[in-house]
Design a protein around this ligand. Structure first.
Ligand code: AMP
Length: 399
């Protein structure tokens, strides 16, 4: 099978290399960077390129300025943080295209780094305007995509640009995403266990369909579990149940049986008699086996379920986990997710964590360093696991 080319497959010496990075960092109320993990995550690719003698042109979006210039979303501060990490100057350019940018890029020396202004200050970015894409492409000899989080969007800097640059390859971050979400799962070391949580069956149904053919075990948690519980004829109280997905849930349960997949749904729950999803507050809390009493709502999997799931995890060789098992944002409903994370940490398995909310939960549990891989993409990892082709990846060269 052909694989996507990465920066290791091309000669970057003396070349102008345009790198689409993900510097969409969270900002606090003073517009300061509150978490620079995404900048840190991009360093291996940037350092590889500078050490290869490339002229590195970085570009990213930040926030949702919707085609307007907004000071709080300027890349200026990102350039300063990046320079500190790299230990070298990063020239910030206050535009993405135009004569000034071309002039500055043409003056670059080998191994130097520039960072362009926020791509989404230009409407052409999200509209995938070919003219904007062509102007971006005119800066580069080689295009590198290392922004997995936006690879599922066909934007000018992720897809449009690839039509105008000869050589287009993946960066080291996307290379790892492809390795873990791709090859490690398409031909997994077995037993292969898939853990799915999060809010809705409807969000995860395509992943379930795609992975039922590959998984040995499928463990269900999160509010999604209540639709399966209801499909099995149990009462669910006021827990979130997608009534229009009950038939689908029954089909999935049957299909798992037919395919000999060990599909487990929780056997006990942490419940509350009051849950305000806006304020994220709860009332009284207790643990019950199913069924869930009237007026009570499931907020986490219970300790018996954790034990049962931990046992499966301990005997697995590959684990893929997408979506938290409870409302981990509330401390009384975080144990299911955190305790399973601990069980995975002490297992020998390759552990692959789908991004988004679960990435946040795993970091909060303190187990992040024990996971083999945590994806940097929320929506992108979801679509990738559904088996969809991501436009920002499909457009890259193959070898
Ligand atoms: P997703 O984006 O689909 O992975 O969903 C993540 C969200 O699901 C998190 O914000 C959790 O708080 C939420 N969640 C997990 N379990 C429950 C539950 N039992 N009831 C309500 N929300 C839940």
């Amino acid at each position: 099978m052909q694989r996507i080319k990465t920066i290791r497959d091309v000669d970057c010496q003396g070349k102008k290399v345009f790198v689409r990075v993900d510097f969409n960092v969270p900002l606090n109320e003073h517009s300061a960077i509150s978490d620079d993990a995404r900048i840190v995550a991009a360093l291996p690719t940037i350092e590889y390129l500078t050490q290869s003698g490339a002229k590195v042109i970085l570009a990213s979006h930040l926030g949702r300025p919707d085609g307007e210039r907004m000071a709080k979303y300027s890349m200026d501060n990102v350039a300063k943080v990046l320079a500190q990490y790299l230990g070298q100057a990063v020239l910030f350019l206050p535009n993405c295209v135009g004569e000034d940018v071309s002039l500055a890029v043409n003056k670059m020396t080998n191994g130097s780094v520039v960072l362009l202004e926020n791509l989404r200050f230009y409407k052409g970015e999200t509209e995938n305007d070919p003219e904007f894409a062509k102007q971006l492409a005119s800066l580069a000899d080689i295009y590198v995509n290392d922004a997995f989080g936006t690879a599922h969007r066909a934007h000018a800097s992720t897809e449009g640009i690839t039509h105008f640059v000869k050589s287009k390859v993946a960066g080291l971050l996307i290379g790892r995403e492809l390795e873990f979400l791709g090859s490690k799962i398409s031909d997994p070391e077995r037993p292969f266990t898939v853990i799915l949580g999060g809010a809705k069956v409807s969000d995860k149904i395509n992943i379930i369909s795609n992975l039922l053919d590959k998984a040995d075990n499928l463990l269900i948690g999160g509010s999604m579990a209540f639709t399966f519980l209801a499909a099995n004829g149990h009462s669910t109280g006021t827990s979130l149940v997608e009534k229009d997905k009950l038939k689908l849930a029954k089909e999935v349960l049957k299909s798992a049986k037919d395919k000999d997949v060990n599909m487990l749904i929780p056997i006990d729950f942490v419940i509350t008699n009051e849950f305000d999803s806006e304020k994220m507050t709860i009332g009284e809390v207790k643990t019950v086996d199913f069924d869930i009493p009237n007026g009570w709502c499931g907020i986490d999997i219970g300790p018996k379920t954790v034990e049962k799931y931990s046992n499966v995890v301990t005997h697995s060789r590959t684990i893929l986990w997408n979506g938290p098992l409870g409302i981990f944002e509330i401390s009384q409903a975080a144990s299911g997710t955190f305790d399973l994370a601990k069980a995975i940490s002490s297992s020998e398995a390759i552990s692959i964590i789908g991004g988004g909310d679960l990435g946040k939960a795993i970091r909060r549990s303190g187990c992040d360093n024990y996971m083999t891989f945590i994806s940097t993409g929320g929506g992108a990892s979801l679509e990738f696991l559904e088996g969809k082709e991501l436009p920002g990846i499909a457009a890259l060269d193959r070898i």
